[in-house]
Design a protein around this ligand. Structure first.
Ligand SMILES: Cc1ncc(COP(=O)(O)O)c(C=O)c1O
Length: 403
């Protein structure tokens, strides 16, 4: 199987009617990475924003300058970007601009958890979490979940045991299971957090793409939540920008203090200014809307093809979760999918500790460069699921899992 490089200019990708675009039979369809689909208007909006910044501001200042926590205009842009989820009364002195969620989490792990401390999270969680925890020298412990996310009693049990420093959770279209936590559960988690003094790190990476989803825990209980939202899902991956909203100014200052003189985590002022400009011009909403539409089209295709066999997804979700029917196992399915020209991630990739994982895989529908490619990949998987695993995949094999 030969991966075919996508040489289509970004401005020409994802244009209707994509469904009729040819896809070479040998093209590999990659559902592994969680990148937003490229939307055609992005190029033009970027050029317009740079023009605006050139005429209104000082591009020189943006290229040469930069304050650790981000400029006030950049943070104001952040407040506007987050407003659909958090409302419009965000104190910009509680906002930090970082170069992505991973940097934000490293700062928060250092500040809230500390070396050797324990961080609770969903049993299956954001795939980068294990590596980040390793770098930060913290321990991850997986909480019990059901189809609605973390079970509050599991959180409370862990808090009662002691030794817990914080909870990380992703309650809106969870990665990887797509769970959306209901309001009552968000309220219950906030209540437990307050009673045991265990702060919550809420990762709302996809929140802007689901503006009607249940309110973030940070909106319900801003006093105990460190809210993180990346612009990489709602706008473009290459922006490398994520906003952190601290529970208070004082707590924001304390988190900042140890890293104030370091630059590995800071957002690029120019890109922060581009996003701030997009939030003023309305482009940010238009770009997010275009991503939302593309995600919705792809999710509908996946639901149509795989819904009957138990696909778990939410309308418009960027990724979907596929429990595998017996006799398929994660290993046999991932190997057979590779042979059929599809890359995906098995549940194991998302495990935060050594507890058993479900027999399921995640498909990031947004990664293929066209809707047609996503559709072909889904059709290949549906055809695979119509068959039994090949004999050689039914036994344990020593070849490492390609995912
Ligand atoms: C749960 C979650 N948070 C955040 C991110 C984005 O991280 P970053 O802002 O570093 O691009 C992802 C990307 O896959 C994710 O799945």
């Amino acid at each position: 199987m030969i991966p075919v490089a996508d040489t289509t200019p970004a401005s020409m990708q994802i244009q209707a009617p994509q469904i009729s675009e040819p896809l070479h039979e040998s093209s590999l369809v990659d559902f592994t990475r969680s990148l937003p689909p490229a939307v055609p208007r992005l190029d033009a909006e970027l050029a317009r924003a740079i023009d605006r910044l050139r005429s209104e501001h000082d591009l020189d200042r943006l290229i040469h300058g930069g304050a650790a926590r981000g400029s006030s205009s950049g943070r104001l842009g952040g407040a506007r970007y987050l407003a659909p989820r958090l409302g419009d009364a965000i104190d910009i002195e509680c906002i930090l601009t970082t170069n992505g969620t991973q940097s934000a989490l490293l700062i928060l792990f250092h500040h809230l958890v500390g070396k050797g401390g324990r961080l609770l999270t969903e049993r299956l969680s954001y795939g980068a979490l294990r590596e980040l925890a390793g770098i930060a020298g913290i321990e991850l412990a997986g909480l019990d979940v059901d189809g609605d996310g973390i079970l509050p009693e599991s959180f409370e049990r862990a808090c009662r045991k002691g030794g817990v420093r914080a909870l990380y959770c992703n309650p809106t279209v969870q990665n990887p299971t797509t769970a959306i936590m209901p309001l009552s559960r968000r309220v219950a988690l906030a209540d437990i957090s307050r009673r045991y003094g265990v702060p919550i790190i809420e990762d709302d990476a996809l929140g802007r793409l689901h503006p009607d989803a249940t309110a973030p825990i940070a909106k319900i209980a801003p006093d105990v939540v460190w809210y993180v939202m990346s612009a990489t899902k709602g706008l473009a991956h290459g922006l490398r920008l994520a906003y952190v909203v601290a529970p208070s100014r004082a707590q924001c200052d304390s988190a900042l203090a140890p890293v104030e003189r370091l630059s590995f985590w800071t957002a690029a002022p120019l890109l922060t200014a581009v996003v701030a400009s997009w939030t003023l011009s309305g482009a940010a909403d238009l770009i997010s809307e275009a991503i939302r539409e593309e995600n919705a089209a792809r999710e509908a295709i996946a639901r149509g093809a795989l819904g009957q066999i138990g696909l778990i997804s939410k309308p418009g979700s960027m990724h979907v979760w596929l429990p595998l029917p017996a006799p398929w196992t994660c290993d046999s399915f991932v190997r057979s999918a590779v042979a059929a020209g599809v890359l995906l991630r098995s549940a194991e990739h998302f495990a935060v500790d050594n507890q058993p994982v479900p027999n399921a895989v995640r498909l990031s529908l947004s990664t293929p460069s066209s809707r047609r490619a996503a559709e072909v990949g889904i059709a290949r998987l549906a055809a695979l699921l119509d068959r039994r695993p090949a004999a050689e995949y039914q036994e344990e094999r020593s070849v490492p899992n390609p995912c």
